[in-house]
Structures are given as C-alpha cells and as structure tokens.
Design a protein around this ligand. Structure first.
Ligand code: ZN
Length: 161
C-alpha cells in the first residue's frame, strides 16, 4: 500500500505507477495471478486515482472489489463505509455510473451472512444454501423473506478475509 499526496486516495491495492501506466510490476502481477486482486480492481483504482475526490474521502483504503451481476461491492477499511455514506455519496454515484452497477461499500472482515444481508438489505435472509456444481464451482442460493429468490455466483459471496 502506497502513501500519496493531496488529491488522491491514501491506499490502493496497486502501485501508483502501475495504476497510471497500466504496465504492471512483478508485485502487482502477482496480486492478480494469486487472485488477490482483479483487472477490475485495477480499473477501479485508476478511476479513484484520477477522479476528483473530496478531501474528506481521500483517506480511505480500497482493498478489492467483488463483481456481481448487478452489484459491484467495494471492500474498504473498517470505518471507511461511514465516510462513503456521508461525504462520499457523490463518489459512489459516479462509480455506479462509470461501472454500470449498483455500488455496495463493505468493510473488510465482514462475515458471509452479514455481507449478504447488506447486499439484500432491507430484505431479510431466511436461508442460505451452498450448492456445489459438477465443475467444482460453488453457488449460493439465498432465500429472502419476501420470497424473492436470487442466485449468486461464488464471486458474489467471496469476501476478503
Ligand atoms: Zn506495481
């Protein structure tokens, strides 16, 4: 995690140079290879680095994203979600426009069930079933109190530990 000056976010998962140039150093390549971060995280980092971020939101830490069909979840540092909910609302709106999905801000360390509850809020989760598919991938079925059923891919429920 790199420290940076005025106008930029404090912490992003890639080096400034790699984010700006799009040419990744070995360290950043490794992060993507290990699945710790994705190409989309790089795009989000680039956006956050170039966007006109209000001063109050500059101090957040962005760890990674989880790409769902309709929702893009950003994993941030503990305490940062509140910053987004208050001072960072415009940024959330801009992210949503740029990446074409609803943006969900989740703090690092949130448990699966908690995360899903936030994803589907205000609906209440009744049952969570995990199904293993023949190809070895995992699918989680969420039964909500309003009887709406959603199917999530593994990516939707995988969270940063
Ligand atoms: Zn790098």
């Amino acid at each position: 995690m790199e420290e940076r000056g005025e106008g930029c976010l404090t912490k992003l998962p890639f080096c400034d140079f790699c984010i700006r140039s799009g040419v990744l150093c070995n360290k950043c390549v490794e992060k993507i290879r290990r699945g710790e971060n994705t190409q989309l995280d790089l795009e989000i980092s680039r956006y956050l680095l170039s966007a006109n971020i209000p001063a109050e939101v500059r101090k957040i830490t962005f760890y990674r994203s989880i790409e769902g069909k309709n929702i893009l979840t950003l994993i941030v540092e503990k305490g940062d979600a509140l910053i987004f909910q208050t001072k960072g609302r415009k940024l959330v709106r801009k992210l949503s426009e740029r990446f074409g999905r609803r943006i969900m801000i989740i703090e690092r360390g949130v448990k699966d069930k908690e995360l899903l509850e936030k994803l589907f809020s205000p609906m209440k989760i009744l049952t969570l079933n995990t199904i293993w598919l023949p190809d070895g991938s995992k699918q989680t079925r969420v039964i909500l109190a309003r009887a709406a059923k959603y199917k999530l891919d593994e990516e939707d429920v995988k969270i940063w530990k």
